[in-house]
Design a binder for this molecule. Structure first.
Ligand code: ZN
Length: 303
């Protein structure tokens, strides 16, 4: 398990089930570049291994993922020129300038990798607990099936905190539905695992202390399906949603995402590619807690 720094990889059940685990719990499993590159290697490793039938994507600690790492020392060291700069910052647009650079880097490491995992030639299951925020949703949505612990909550706060239209992999309308997507992005509010189940986004809800064991049992059922049938079922559904426009819609929304970054970069004279508090968003470092989207608003006693 030691060949990776930010994740772990193991196989169980005679190698038929691969388990990839985000392993940065001290940083709320925020996704730094090193983690994303390792995650891609791990998914491709599971895809190449003919013994593997099902891949479980899980996370160490109390929460699945708080989103992209936007400020840790690790992130800054990986990003900036220097001895610890990540190798991926010197290729795939990393040495270009301005919007071209950001667009290329996000295309490779945020957008296309997520799409690649969505199209993996194996059945994938996301096993989530606690917070699944912003880019945490992308990781989870790339999987064929999602199972959640009782305490799982889902939100994309990039609209209210960063002035962005959503994360790079804009699957929100396909997962939440169009109106719920608008509500959740315009408010930054969350939905819980039971609402996610009602929406059809989550397949199973397990007690927190049974999440790992129950997910493995669920994965065993899927692994018992003949691999040819499993792949055809996955591909039939993915090709159906592609015929409905899924991949094309995500491509065009990725372009909007880049326009959104360019707007803020222009506004801040190249300082930052996201909104600042002076632009009318809350400071994400001091932002109030994310609250559940309520069905109705209770009027104050004094009204
Ligand atoms: Zn972005």
């Amino acid at each position: 398990m030691s060949e990776y720094e930010f994740i772990t990889y193991e196989t169980v059940d005679d190698g038929t089930i691969a388990r990839i685990m985000l392993n940065r719990p001290q940083a709320r499993n925020a996704q730094n570049r090193g983690m994303l590159v390792e995650l891609n290697e791990a998914f491709l490793r599971a895809e190449a291994d003919d013994q593997v039938r099902v891949v479980i994507l899980r996370a160490a600690g109390e929460i699945f993922s708080s989103g992209h790492d936007m400020g840790s020392k690790q992130y800054l060291a990986e990003w900036r020129p220097g001895p610890e700069q990540h190798a991926s910052r010197k290729v795939n647009g990393g040495t270009r300038y301005a919007s071209e650079s950001l667009m290329l880097q996000e295309w490779h490491y945020f957008f296309q990798n997520t799409l690649r995992w969505r199209n993996l030639r194996k059945i994938t299951i996301a096993e989530v607990q606690g917070s699944v925020f912003a880019a945490g949703l992308m990781l989870m949505w790339s999987c064929d099936l999602i199972v959640g612990a009782e305490n799982a909550v889902f939100a994309d706060v990039v609209g209210t905190r960063l002035g962005m239209m959503g994360v790079e992999y804009f699957a929100h309308p396909w997962e939440f539905g169009p109106r719920k997507t608008k509500e959740l992005l315009l408010t930054g509010d969350s939905i819980d695992v039971h609402e996610a189940y009602a929406l059809g986004m989550v397949s199973k809800v397990f007690p927190v202390d049974q999440l790992e064991a129950q997910t493995l049992e669920f994965a065993r059922r899927i692994a018992s399906v003949p691999t040819a049938a499993a792949l055809m079922i996955k591909e039939a559904v993915n090709q159906t949603t592609d015929t409905m426009g899924f991949t094309n819609a995500l491509n065009s929304c990725f372009t909007l995402h880049q326009l959104n970054h360019s707007h803020w970069a222009w506004k801040s004279k190249g300082e930052r590619a996201v909104a600042l508090p002076e632009d009318g968003v809350v400071d994400w470092r001091q932002a109030p807690p994310i609250v559940p989207a309520q069905k109705s608003t209770v009027r104050a006693e004094s009204d």
